[in-house]
Design a protein around this ligand. Structure first.
Ligand code: ATR
Length: 282
């Protein structure tokens, strides 16, 4: 009998992660002999940990905060979106070489299609927050042919920096930046958007305020929070008449693409969704 394939999640911290249950449900549904382990590692020890995983014969792993940038520098190859965003969240270990991918953008794209029926190609999107999560996903959206990307961030310089990268990648994509102030120009940009993504960390804590001022949101606007727990934004935007979705399906589909990259098989979405919901206690 061959030994099970080993996969895992590198991050700091990782103990809250629901990926083991989600990926485990996928492996079980297809009868694959594979395991998925939590691999906590502090930033200064990432390179040593990766050497250890290679030596132990791990077939691949996911990477979460704060190591996605560091992993980009540890892989032998990176797909275009991962290289451009300087972010690797999925690694395949094959014949002693490491291949890096970024599946967050695909996750957001599929979640958007499922929640709102909106395709990325030709679409207009607002990213509220321009940290690592927004960068990885916005790069994917531009490479996939989004028509307009609007970046809103408390620290405007960071939005401007990301805008410059996006503009280099997608010359036909319109990119605009705003500070998060309720100005008429920002209100108009939000009105024109197909989907507004909440990408800041505001909402991770239960007593956090609403991340986007309601005065800027029109009833009927489509709002997705990348946070996968209920947030004040989602509750208040829904009461305001917006169409809302949380980050669960983004998490599901980024994991589904990792599953496909590792196994070569189509990810069993219903089983993985069930595993994810159980892990989240739903
Ligand atoms: P992630 O990898 O999850 O995107 P990150 O890279 O630390 O995390 O980015 C966090 C994002 O949340 C940034 O856009 C940050 O804004 P700044 O660039 O101004 O720091 C945003 N953010 C965090 N706390 C915030 C707050 N209290 N109000 C508004 N934005 C906040």
């Amino acid at each position: 009998m061959t030994a099970p394939l080993r996969f895992g999640l590198l991050g700091w911290p990782v103990k809250h992660s629901v990926s083991p249950q989600m990926q485990g449900a996928g492996f079980a549904a297809l009868g694959l002999a594979a395991t998925y382990e939590l691999l906590p590692v502090e930033p200064e020890h990432v390179a040593a940990k990766v050497a250890e995983l290679k030596a132990a014969g791990f077939a691949g792993w996911n990477i979460t905060v704060p190591h996605k940038g560091a992993m980009r520098r540890l892989v032998d190859t990176a797909e275009p979106a991962a290289a451009a965003a300087d972010s690797v969240n999925t690694v395949v270990h094959r014949d002693g070489r490491l291949h890096g991918y970024s599946t967050d953008g695909y996750g957001l794209e599929m979640a958007t299609r499922e929640a709102f029926g909106c395709p990325v190609r030709g679409g207009r999107f607002v990213f509220w927050g321009t940290g690592g999560a927004a960068r990885a996903t916005a790069v994917h959206f531009v490479l996939e042919g989004a028509r307009e990307v609007v970046l809103v961030n408390r620290t405007l310089d960071k939005a401007v920096e990301l805008a410059a990268l996006l503009q280099r990648l997608g010359r036909t994509c319109q990119v605009a930046t705003y500070a998060p102030e309720p100005t008429p120009a920002l209100a108009a940009a939000l009105r024109a958007a197909d989907v507004i993504y909440q990408c800041t960390s505001v909402g991770l804590k239960p007593d956090d305020p609403c991340a986007i001022p309601l005065a800027l949101l029109q009833p009927g606007a489509r709002v997705m929070d990348m946070i996968y727990h209920p947030t004040r934004l989602l509750a208040e935007a829904k009461a305001h008449g917006c169409l809302v979705a949380d980050g669960q399906d983004m998490l599901l589909y980024q994991g589904a693409r990792s599953f496909h990259i590792w196994t070569g098989q189509e990810a069993p979405i219903p089983a993985m969704r069930q595993g994810l919901r159980q892990a989240l206690g739903h």
